[in-house]
Write a protein that binds this ligand. Structure first.
Ligand code: ADP
Ligand code: MG
Length: 187
């Protein structure tokens, strides 16, 4: 499945990211990390999208373009944004079900492969361990450069510069654990 969005300003791109994050927090967790692979034009809006995405996850820090840093780790907190402040954490955990599941996600990793020459550079940073833990959500800019390290169920987002304020964002590969999520996004 493939879904295409056109955004007309950076805020719309951020909002799309925020919406995707909130849906991911609602989805059933898998056995491994949830991975977003962002590819496409420089200035296409990948970092902008991830600023909204991180906000939707409840990350408080600002997401920057990590030009010289390959990887940044952010704490998501115990409850995710939708239960934050409601004091529902432990109760939801015990109840299990959809509410309990979302509490397991703990970390958001923002990776930028722009400066990577070989996929091995990421392996040296513990990439395999990071993507094997269901506690992690991992978003990778310039993911096309490390395609061979990414699992089948990676959610691919392709960013295209259309004109000054217009970007085309194509989201594909909705298999596995997130299929329910994308039924929502297609509405
Ligand atoms: P990338 O990470 O793909 O290189 P960035 O998100 O860093 O791209 O940069 C996108 C640039 O394009 C920003 O300066 C942003 O303000 C601008 N921009 C203009 N219109 C849009 C849009 N519709 N969506 C995202 N960014 C946009
Ligand atoms: Mg970027």
């Amino acid at each position: 499945m493939r879904k295409i969005y056109l955004t007309n300003n950076p805020l719309q791109t951020k909002k799309l990211g925020e919406k995707l994050a909130k849906e991911i927090l609602k989805a059933r967790p898998g056995k491994e990390a949830l991975i977003l692979g962002l590819e496409g034009d420089l200035g296409g809006g990948k970092t902008t999208f991830l600023q909204g995405f991180a906000k939707g996850l409840g990350v408080k820090q600002k997401i920057l373009s990590p030009t010289f840093i390959i990887m940044r780790k952010f704490k998501i907190g115990n409850h995710g944004p939708s239960t934050d402040g409601l004091g529902l954490g432990p109760a939801l955990l015990q109840k299990g079900g959809a509410g309990g599941c979302k509490l397991k996600i703990e970390n958001f990793f923002h990776i930028d492969c722009y400066r990577i020459k070989k996929p091995k550079e990421l392996l040296d940073l513990g990439f395999k361990e990071i993507i094997s833990s269901p506690k992690n959500i991992v978003a990778i800019e310039w993911a096309e450069k490390i395609k061979k390290l990414l699992p089948q169920n990676t959610i691919w987002l392709k960013f295209e510069f259309i004109e000054e304020k217009t970007r085309k964002i194509a989201i594909k590969n909705f298999r596995g654990r997130v299929s329910r999520l994308f039924i929502f996004m297609l509405k």
